[in-house]
Ligand binder design. Structure first.
Ligand code: GAP
Length: 453
């Protein structure tokens, strides 16, 4: 069977991720662990740049948001009160023919009959609820009294620390608490590379407000989040804000948008923006017996704030960034013959390596010394890569393939050997246009910083 162009594109992306060290299968030498992934040297940089930019936009550049780094293990009472212990489930179906475990919503339907997507079998069990939380035991005994879960979302730590943070930050409504961290779900069917994983990271904001302002803040955050994705290089045309229909929303939510992206494997959710009302704080107040109310100095009233939650997946966004950036074009090789060039067109702000520095020839000591000086000049400002091996064109290609937006070449002009006026200037190459400009070495940090921030 011929693969669709999108399936072929996805295969190339997965292969590039492994070949160039973005993403590897977890525990690969032991056959892997389904739904778990390791980020290699370039993947970890991309992920950090994304998380740092999210933190900058959502926390540092605002007066109304503070941060939290909560623990992954929490008292089991949290998960009882939040409803996760009883209701955080997916409907699961077993195929009696091939023994596959399937999510009920992933069955295929032919002529009105549900079938196994793996073998086409029709002998399926009735759906039953499967809780997605990973169980674990705290301490030396393994019984009910020591049972808890790896958190399936980061949000609950924010709710249970609401009162402490309110007191120490002295914030007034509306204000938010932001957190980035790991979450774990024992997904029935991890799939589409890192898209649905069992261990992943979330970037979540809980934005507390008055009940009457909830719907306004929901729309505000939907727009802010769409802008965020545009600012990291995902064009608006490839993003979609889906209004989640009433029957699909959690019973306590008054409105939810799913921000979706056109992945090669289809349109899928990147982030949920949900108006969760006062459900979570009320549940924790009831279960803990501790007041989680807010005191309004002006009206002298006490009440439980409502909350709007933009909740994004780090791994899904990283995957969207890679899918969006992947492109192939034509560029001349060393002999001027056109060849296919693979380029990751990352926005410079999130590119793993910002600038590569090349001496034209590795066996000319003054060129090497000058290139190393430039590396030292740039390193306090950005992640820089030094490469002296192979023909210059090959070196450019290697950087294009990992998305490095800028290349600096030190040549004989830099040394002032051909034209004294060009001494201490270098060529600065742009990854996308492949155009080169001549710039003074001393201006490099400010030119590059202005283009990557
Ligand atoms: N606190 C709300 C919450 O957790 P969610 O829609 O279940 O809401 C939010 O998750 C985001 O977390 C999703 O939009 C997605 O980006 C990410 N996410 C959820 N499950 C995931 C999984 N199994 N693998 C990767 N990312 C996941």
């Amino acid at each position: 069977m011929n693969k669709s162009p999108d399936a072929h594109r996805m295969e190339k992306i997965v292969s590039l991720c492994k070949r160039r060290g973005f993403i590897f299968q977890s525990s690969e030498i032991y056959g892997g662990l389904n739904g778990c992934w390791d980020y290699g040297p370039l993947g970890v940089e991309l992920k950090r740049n994304l998380k740092d930019y999210w933190w900058r936009i959502m926390v540092h550049e605002r007066d109304d948001v503070v941060g939290l780094d909560g623990s992954i293990l929490m008292n089991r009472a949290v998960w009882k009160a939040s409803g996760h212990e009883d209701t955080f489930t997916d409907p699961m179906v077993d195929c009696r023919s091939c023994k596959a475990r399937l999510r009920a919503d992933q069955l295929v339907e032919k002529n009105g009959i549900k079938q196994c997507p793996n073998c086409g079998g029709k002998d399926l069990t009735a759906p039953r609820a499967f809780n997605l939380m990973f169980k674990t035991f705290v301490g030396a005994t393994e019984d009910e009294s020591s049972l808890t879960y790896l958190r399936p979302e980061t949000a609950q730590a924010i709710f249970v620390q609401f009162k402490n943070i309110l007191e120490v930050s002295r914030k007034k409504l509306p204000f938010g608490i932001a957190q980035i961290g790991k979450a774990f779900r024992n997904e029935i069917n991890p799939r589409n590379f890192t898209f649905r994983s069992r261990e992943f990271e979330q970037m979540e904001l809980e934005y507390f407000c008055r009940a009457e302002e909830g719907m306004q803040w929901l729309d505000y955050w939907k727009e802010e989040r769409l802008k965020f994705y545009e600012n990291i290089g995902i064009p608006r045309d490839n993003l979609h804000a889906l209004t989640v229909p009433d029957e699909e929303r959690a019973f306590y939510s008054k409105g939810t948008y799913d921000i979706e992206y056109d992945f090669p494997f289809g349109r899928q959710e990147l982030e949920g923006v949900a108006y969760r009302t006062d459900y979570d704080l009320s549940q924790h107040q009831k279960a803990s017996g501790k007041s989680l109310e807010y005191f309004d100095e002006e009206t002298k009233q006490k009440f439980i704030p409502h909350v709007v939650e933009p909740s994004a997946g780090v791994d899904r966004t990283v995957l969207a960034l890679i899918c969006e950036a992947y492109s192939e074009d034509e560029a001349p090789d060393e002999k001027g013959k056109m060849e296919t060039r693979i380029v990751l067109r990352f926005h410079p702000r999130i590119a793993p390596i910002k600038c590569a520095v090349f001496p034209l020839l590795k066996n000319k000591q003054p060129l090497v010394a000058k290139a190393k000086e430039i590396v030292a000049l740039l390193r306090p400002h950005m992640y820089v890569f030094y490469d002296e091996t192979g023909a210059i064109g090959r070196r450019y290609r290697r950087q294009d393939e990992i998305g490095t937006p800028f290349g600096v070449t030190v040549d004989f002009e830099t040394l002032g050997e051909k034209d004294p006026a060009l001494r201490d200037t270098v060529t600065l190459r742009d990854r996308d246009s492949m155009k080169q400009e001549r710039v003074p070495v001393k201006d490099l940090p400010s030119i590059l910083v202005s283009r990557i921030s």
